[in-house]
Design a protein around this ligand. Structure first.
Ligand code: WT7
Length: 571
């Protein structure tokens, strides 16, 4: 393996800048970098693609695409033309500003042309993850009142269009499509469409994208983001992802989830970066190969992926040239300190944790290239963002007190609405000042935030407060443990006891000795009260696509309760 010698990636954004702007950054400064500051004409697709296509970046590769059967690349100029063709086709069938156009298909270049084309006509994109089954697809199309769906012949059987009276057109992306009734041939139509399009300029507060996400109760909710979010997509791609002109950037997330759009479409292209998209399934070999093939320099992925790579072993890494990697970042769930140490060991690179969520639209609390990392901490708020730990009344708590992680409302990429559910939207705020994330955390004396769990996951055992993440992190440090999920199990004496579900690494088998060894390992490494009293081995743990262990599913297993909505679960 070739690796570069730098152990810390150094951004242009330095600590002094950070400290100066902390809490006081004025987002108008970012607006000035875009023509809409003067013209008042806004459209993210223009800023992400056309602006570069009309500049020195015209022939720069915007999209490198690869899966088992395709290997293609598109320049900014080509992206502009393809998305214009989609926009023309959509306009022709009557799609207007504010209409919802849903895209339900596996990753492919067409998916990206479709998303950008939708934005160019001023419509709202609704990305649907390809693994959704019929009920999940129906809920989302129904709730959003989607007018158009872009999908593939394979996925069509999961679209109950006769139960969706507001759905007027279905584009099929594939070969030999027969146009009939509401079905239209996507590829043929875009090939025949004009390559020029007059972009629909919108207001910065107009709808851009609608992501459905599950809460702890009820049906998934549609989180709406507006064009104004681009200010933060752009600025975080600069400060946090550290993107520069020559970077080859790879975000591993699917655009069915917010990471795959905010940082798989908007952030990198607003920066004019070359964006690598790899379709198909995960394997450690294919991922390392992708980094080598494209010479990836900046890599944004998730703890679950890093842990899978970690358990594939360090020998494997030696077969690839990963020397181009200069900056790595992570999102979706707590990044175990163990993984950070592994990153330094095998890539000679720090993995920078970033915290945000579907509702926040973009990164908010992060580790920056210029900053010291405290492994296990999510980092510090973005300049211009005020984060705090508040109690249930919305009063700010002092350092080290655990409470609700909250953000002062009004950042550029904050969700603008929950579709069809304004009441739910309002309920996310306290005192009309704080957006309450649903995560519990504390802040240390240096202003670093430490994730403790979702508010409802914290375990109380014999009067001791235990965050499941701490226990899980400790568990995965044990050589036999690949994945761990920890829950509180009701107990008549202790209130709750800690129960761990564990997936073992290859080559290890479950035994009473191993259980005892793991218990002792946590007892010794963390705290006696934090050691799981019960351990159960499973082949696989339930996880969301963004990689979070679904503790509520573990809890349901344990208590024999219904598991609830599983639409966000990894297949
Ligand atoms: C929840 C949001 C935003 C991209 C993917 C997830 C958890 C997210 C971290 C982190 C600990 C994290 C939180 C949050 N989460 N990032 N760096 N450390 N937890 O988006 O599906 O909307 O989930 O993911 O619990 O509330 P999402």
């Amino acid at each position: 393996m070739k690796i570069k010698s730098l152990s810390v990636s150094k951004g242009d954004f330095n600590l002094q800048d950070y400290n100066q702007m902390y809490g006081s950054f004025d987002w108008t400064e970012v607006e000035k970098e875009f023509s809409w500051f003067e013209t008042g004409k806004v459209n993210v697709a223009y800023e992400a693609i056309d602006r570069h296509a009309d500049s020195f970046r015209k022939n720069k590769v915007a999209l490198y695409y690869q899966d088992a059967s395709r290997n293609e690349k598109y320049t900014f100029k080509e992206m502009k033309e393809r998305s214009n063709q989609v926009a023309n086709v959509l306009k022709e069938i009557g799609v207007e500003k504010g209409d919802r156009v849903f895209i339900f298909m596996p990753r492919s270049p067409e998916l990206y042309f479709a998303a950008l084309g939708t934005i160019k006509v001023g419509a709202i994109v609704g990305p649907l993850f390809e693994a959704f089954m019929q009920a999940a697809v129906k809920d989302r199309l129904e709730d959003s009142g989607a007018k158009v769906l872009i999908t593939t012949p394979d996925l069509l059987q999961r679209v109950p269009f006769e139960e969706l009276p507001r759905l007027q057109h279905i584009f099929l992306v594939g070969e030999n499509i027969q146009e009939e009734g509401i079905y239209l041939d996507f590829n043929r139509r875009i090939q025949q469409a004009g390559k020029k399009f007059d972009i629909e300029w919108v207001d910065r507060q107009d709808g851009l994208i609608l992501h459905y996400t599950s809460g702890s109760t009820g049906k998934p909710k549609g989180v709406l983001h507006v064009h104004n979010a681009m200010l933060q997509h752009y600025q975080t791609a600069k400060w946090v992802l550290d993107l520069k002109e020559d970077d080859i950037y790879w975000c591993t997330a699917d655009p069915g989830w917010v990471t795959g759009t905010s940082y798989g479409i908007f952030g990198p292209w607003l920066m004019g970066a070359s964006n690598v998209i790899i379709g198909g399934r995960f394997s450690p070999e294919s991922w390392y190969q992708a980094i080598e093939d494209y010479g990836v320099t900046v890599w944004y992925s998730a703890p679950t992926a890093f842990r899978m790579l970690m358990s594939a072993g360090d020998e494997l890494i030696k077969r690839y040239d990963l020397s181009t990697l200069r900056h790595m970042a992570s999102v979706g769930e707590p990044l175990n300190p163990e993984v950070v140490h592994w990153g330094i060991k095998v890539f000679n690179n720090r993995i920078h944790d970033t915290w945000w969520m579907t509702e926040t639209g973009a990164q908010l609390i992060c580790n920056y290239p210029c900053m010291e990392i405290k492994p296990g901490s999510m980092g510090k708020p973005l300049p211009g963002i005020v984060a705090a730990i508040v109690d249930n009344n919305g009063d700010v708590l002092p350092p080290y007190r655990m409470g609700n992680l909250a953000i002062r409302k009004g950042w550029p990429s904050m969700m603008s609405e929950i579709w069809n559910n304004h009441e739910k939207y309002e309920s996310c705020f306290l005192k009309d000042e704080w957006y309450v994330s649903g995560d519990s955390a504390y802040m240390d004396e240096d202003g670093y935030f430490w994730f403790q769990g979702r508010v409802d996951d914290v375990i109380m055992t014999s009067g001791e407060r235990v965050g499941p993440f701490e226990v899980e992190s400790k568990l995965v440090e044990h050589t036999a443990v690949a994945e761990a999920g920890v829950i509180g199990k009701p107990d008549p004496v202790r209130g709750e006891i800690i129960k761990a579900f564990i997936a073992l690494r290859e080559g290890y088998t479950a035994s009473d000795e191993l259980i005892e060894e793991i218990r002792q390992f946590v007892k010794k490494g963390l705290a006696a009260h934090a050691a799981p009293r019960e351990i159960e081995f499973r082949d696989k743990l339930p996880k969301t696509r963004s990689g979070k262990i679904m503790r509520r599913v573990l809890k349901a297993w344990e208590l024999n309760l219904p598991v609830g909505d599983l639409s966000t679960m990894e297949d």
